[in-house]
Design a protein around this ligand. Structure first.
Ligand code: AMP
Ligand code: ZN
Length: 113
């Protein structure tokens, strides 16, 4: 996707702080962190939003959760962490390349604001 900011980050056309990378997934620090740890995990394949996940592309989503679990172990997030995906404008999605916010280092309220 030519105009997608996260596709540009994957290609290195926009700088980012790398946390993890493999052939399918890229994880980097959020530019405006809302917690002491705030990473974004994204598939290298452009999927706009969560309601576009289907049987053809869902394997990468399962892999993203494996990567998140691995990062949680490496960073020793024993006190817990939160994973959030906003789908659509009303839910707060501002970048239309699916992403998984990984948040840790403080308490989080529930229900979501
Ligand atoms: P959402 O509002 O759920 O779509 O989340 C988009 C996230 O992307 C926000 O938390 C932004 O701070 C983050 N973001 C936007 N541009 C960049 C960037 N260039 N580098 C890192 N994070 C970004
Ligand atoms: Zn994209």
């Amino acid at each position: 996707m030519d105009n997608c900011i996260f596709c540009k980050i994957i290609k290195g056309e926009i700088p980012s702080k790398n946390v993890y990378e493999d052939e399918l997934v890229y994880v980097f620090e959020d530019i405006e962190p809302t917690a002491p740890i705030h990473y974004l995990a994204i598939p290298k394949e452009h999927i706009s939003k969560l309601d576009e996940i289907n049987s053809d592309n869902s394997a990468v989503i399962a892999h993203i959760y494996e990567v998140i679990a691995k990062i949680a172990k490496e960073k020793e997030l024993k006190d817990g962490f939160r994973v959030v995906t906003n789908c659509g404008e009303q839910a707060g999605q501002t970048v239309f390349h699916i992403h998984f916010h990984m948040l840790a280092g403080r308490s989080f309220g529930w229900p979501a604001g």
